[in-house]
Design a protein around this ligand. Structure first.
Ligand code: B12
Ligand code: SF4
Length: 536
């Protein structure tokens, strides 16, 4: 087994490095263009990414492209709102649904002439982020701009991120308050970057960091994203995941109080759990409907159904105010009951996602999931009885797993019979208990986390990665190619929109080829499989 050290670089140097980046590495950030005659301009963006390759999107005939798989970048929307409140001019650009490549994104940035450019970086697109930032660094005018990075990659890899991505400042964790402090520094109101919380930055002596000393703020006072930044006509999640358009996503909480040892949200870097009050969320939904005609919301909370009273109040308010909304969210199998599910259905909930994870109680306990197989069976049955679609995710290739246990997971999935299932190959998420265990076991095959497309961990119980992939393929095959399942799907089709989405899903299957089909179902191998994308 080719064992790699986890301290190896995250970025493939042969593809990514330019001379400018190497020269830039230890350049301290000192001089600021003061005084200014106009408001500070900030361009915030996601990173261009080969999303078609990743299984997103579908090309329609002619020049019109319909891109599936995206929901608005809420984090950038939040930062846009606070920056606007501070007095800045802000643009949020979402490269994926805009189908931006490096050149077209550069042209947009050039046109805006920003003082500050910020990218939201995922581990999966850290390498494209290096390329994009390199292009800005070598640009005759844009190279003057302050370059910020933030997002889940920085959450996870912290100090490493500035070693490898040639930005000026990396903001780790939630950034609403830190961004305002950075703007104050930019305005000369803070003496140095040392006075800005929660960042990594460059000095002549190397990369330094400041602690995050803000205690987590109450979300009700945090406000919501600057929704004006999003073109809702662009957002179409994967076929079968959304019923009505225009849709948006929303988060009503941050963090998760549970401690499942494989999950990013339970990792060392996760946020403290907080939630907006239901009244504040409902008011915001009504504003979204009045201004943008939003018909459906996909709640991206780690567990939307975390507190019964909260969900009951939320549903009651929807009914009392006669709000015409369809919605979906995540739940744990131990936190639902028939009464709550019935209420949710009456309030517009049509689809719930559960992390069923694995097929034996021993493995569930090993994952510290704190739920039982029986609860999973009940939750699935009650949800269906309430008339709500059940989506579920399972993992294979876990530590302590053998192919026999993997097959038990498949059998359990077939027995639960959710409407959709993802089977993800376990991916040790940095910062989690199982990541530490995977490293300690010496069974990591690669330290390259960037693509997140290939398995990086081989449990003792499996001969090789091919054996894990075979179990995953068997899982998809046994689950989706049951005649009873296919018949159920056909009989369920109700609307033209649904038919169109199924057709697009079918075309995506054809476009992608066999391997990519599996990839489209489930590339994300951590946690509850939230990012895995169904194409049926
Ligand atoms: C919604 C979501 C998506 C959506 C929207 C993504 C988006 N652009 O926001 C979609 C479906 C498109 C998506 C796709 C993917 N996702 Co996703 N997604 C999420 C989810 C569930 C919620 C994100 C969210 O809205 N949070 C709420 C907002 C308010 O917080 P935030 O986005 O983190 O933003 C805050 C900070 O991060 C920071 N920040 C963010 N950006 C920036 C930029 C700057 C300049 C600064 C200073 C700060 C900053 O400030 C924000 C405000 O506090 C998270 C799980 C989670 N709980 O976070 C996973 C998560 C972010 N996704 C993940 C993954 C892996 C993916 C995919 C790679 C899956 C795949 N294999 O295809 C793709 C990548 C897509 C891409 N284009 O690169 C991982 C990331 C892990 C990592 N280390 O990178 C997460 C953490 C899930 C997990 N494993 O637990 N995802
Ligand atoms: S798997 Fe779900 S319940 Fe467990 S820590 Fe993660 S988000 Fe919370």
């Amino acid at each position: 087994m080719a064992e790699a050290s986890h301290s190896a670089p995250l970025i493939d140097e042969t593809n990514a490095v330019t001379a400018s980046r190497a020269a830039f590495r230890n350049t301290p950030l000192t001089a600021w263009p003061l005084p200014r005659t106009r408001a500070v301009r900030i361009f915030l963006s996601t990173v261009p990414f080969d999303t078609m390759r990743m299984g997103y999107g579908i090309k329609k005939s002619g020049s019109k492209k319909k891109v599936y798989g995206y929901t608005p970048p809420l984090g950038l929307g939040m930062l846009a709102r606070v920056a606007k409140e501070y007095g800045c001019e802000v643009i949020v650009n979402d490269a994926g649904p805009q189908s931006d490549d490096y050149e077209s994104l550069l042209a947009k940035i050039e046109a805006f002439k920003p003082d500050i450019i910020g990218f939201s970086v995922f581990t999966a697109n850290a390498q494209p982020a290096v390329k994009m930032i390199d292009m800005i660094r070598t640009h005759p005018v844009l190279s003057e701009a302050l370059l910020l990075i933030g997002g889940p990659h920085v959450y996870t890899f912290r100090d490493k991120t500035l070693e490898e991505i040639p930005a000026d400042v990396a903001v780790y964790g939630e950034a609403e308050v830190d961004l305002v402090e950075l703007l104050e520094f930019y305005d000369g109101k803070r003496p140095s970057l040392e006075a800005v919380n929660g960042i990594y930055y460059r000095t002549a002596g190397g990369i330094r960091h400041t602690e995050e000393t803000h205690s987590a703020r109450s979300l009700d006072n945090f406000g919501f994203p600057d929704w004006d930044q999003f073109d809702f006509s662009l957002y179409r999640n994967m076929p079968g995941q959304v019923r009505r358009y225009p849709m948006t996503s929303m988060v009503t909480s941050r963090g998760c109080p549970y401690r499942c040892n494989f999950c990013f949200q339970a990792g060392r870097f996760a946020d403290k759990y907080r939630r907006y009050s239901p009244e504040v969320v409902i008011d915001e939904i009504q504003r979204l409907q009045a201004k943008y005609g939003i018909k459906e919301i996909q709640f991206w909370d780690d567990i939307f159904f975390i507190n019964k009273t909260w969900v009951q109040t939320f549903c009651r308010l929807i009914k009392e105010r006669n709000i015409d909304l369809t919605w979906s969210g995540y739940a744990r199998v131990d936190l639902v009951d028939p009464e709550l599910l019935k209420l949710a259905k009456e309030a517009g909930c049509w689809n719930i996602f559960y992390g069923f994870e694995t097929g034996t109680q021993e493995m569930l306990d090993f994952l510290n999931k704190k739920s039982t197989m029986e609860q999973a069976i009940n939750a699935s049955r009650w949800t269906k009885e309430a008339g709500i679609i059940v989506r579920g995710s399972f993992m294979v290739g876990l530590p302590n797993e053998t192919p026999e246990i993997g097959r038990k997971t498949i059998e359990f999935a077939v027995k639960l019979d959710p409407d959709y299932a993802n089977f993800n190959i376990f991916f040790p998420e940095p910062g989690t208990g199982l990541y530490d265990l995977a490293i300690k076991s010496g069974r990591m095959l690669s330290a390259n986390y960037l693509g997140r497309t290939n398995p990086v961990y081989l449990p003792e119980g499996y001969k090789d990665i091919a054996e894990i992939k075979a179990i995953q393929a068997e899982a998809f095959h046994r689950f989706y190619f049951r005649p009873s399942y296919i018949l159920k799907r056909i009989l369920r089709m109700r609307t033209f929109e649904e038919l169109e989405q199924y057709w697009d899903g079918f075309l995506m299957l054809l476009n992608m080829g066999h391997d990519k089909v599996r990839y489209a179902f489930a590339t994300e191998t951590s946690k509850t499989g939230k990012e895995a994308r169904n194409v049926f």
